[in-house]
Design a protein around this ligand. Structure first.
Ligand SMILES: [Zn+2]
Ligand SMILES: [Zn+2]
Length: 236
């Protein structure tokens, strides 16, 4: 959290003093370690934030409210839970709205969502974790292609490049769409559609995180991009 807040300040300027931790709010995708655990720094022993708005789906909110140490954040009003619902837009101001879309994932403690962030004229899809593209369609009626058509930029789950990354672990038990599989799936799309895709959420084992790797080169050659740390997208 410290590093991320520092990076945010470097990118967009000093935080407003009247905002808790300098943040207008936090949208949670799901209760996996890299996606919510940093919230603990809003707590009494750390920043002691006052009512940091945390936008959360029903199960996620329930989990935070009923399990330590998160429930203390709720009881001490360090965070203020704001309910969001699958497919329902939350309008933050005249320029910005966020809509969660539930996706299939290992939902041990919470449901999992991706977000469509809508600006004045442009939209991005933020989808760090999903088990399988086809299952999204089967379970929730969303095809990734239809979702791509609705946005201008799409940050897509690229946890693993292929099936050979985790020696000693059964990778079929960790179902993210492999980058190789996603690239093949999107092969038939127009150049403009493929151009929207930025692979992100790369596991440390994913060779594509090195721009000079064969994996990263393959991604570029096939018309896709790997997201860069600190990159910004204009929503107008
Ligand atoms: Zn996850
Ligand atoms: Zn994740």
């Amino acid at each position: 959290m410290r590093e991320q807040l520092h990076r945010l300040e470097t990118e967009v300027g000093a935080a407003k003093a009247d905002l808790p931790m300098g943040l207008s709010g936090v949208f949670l995708t799901h209760a996996h370690i890299g996606h919510y655990a940093g919230l603990i720094f809003a707590g009494h022993e750390s920043a002691g934030a006052k009512k940091l708005p945390v936008y959360a789906m029903p199960r996620m909110a329930d989990y935070l409210s009923t399990n330590g140490p998160w429930d203390q954040l709720v009881r001490y009003d360090n965070i203020g839970l704001v309910p969001i619902r699958d497919g329902v837009e939350t309008r933050l101001n005249a320029y910005l709205a966020v809509t969660p879309y539930q996706v299939p994932h290992r939902d041990e403690y919470s449901e999992t969502v991706g977000f469509v962030v809508s600006g004045p004229t442009k939209r991005i899809l933020f989808l760090p974790d999903i088990d399988d593209w086809d299952q999204w369609d089967r379970d929730h009626g969303h095809t990734i292609e239809a979702m791509l058509a609705k946005v201008d930029t799409a940050y897509l789950d690229a946890t693993f490049f292929d099936d050979h990354e985790l020696p000693g672990r059964d990778m079929s038990a960790i179902p993210h769409p492999r980058v190789t599989e996603s690239m093949s799936r999107f092969e038939g799309l127009s150049r403009a559609e493929r151009d929207k895709i930025r692979f992100f959420h790369l596991n440390h084992t994913n060779p594509a995180r090195y721009p000079g790797s064969d994996a990263a080169r393959t991604i570029r050659n096939r018309g896709y991009k790997v997201a860069k740390m600190g990159e910004r997208v204009c929503l107008d």
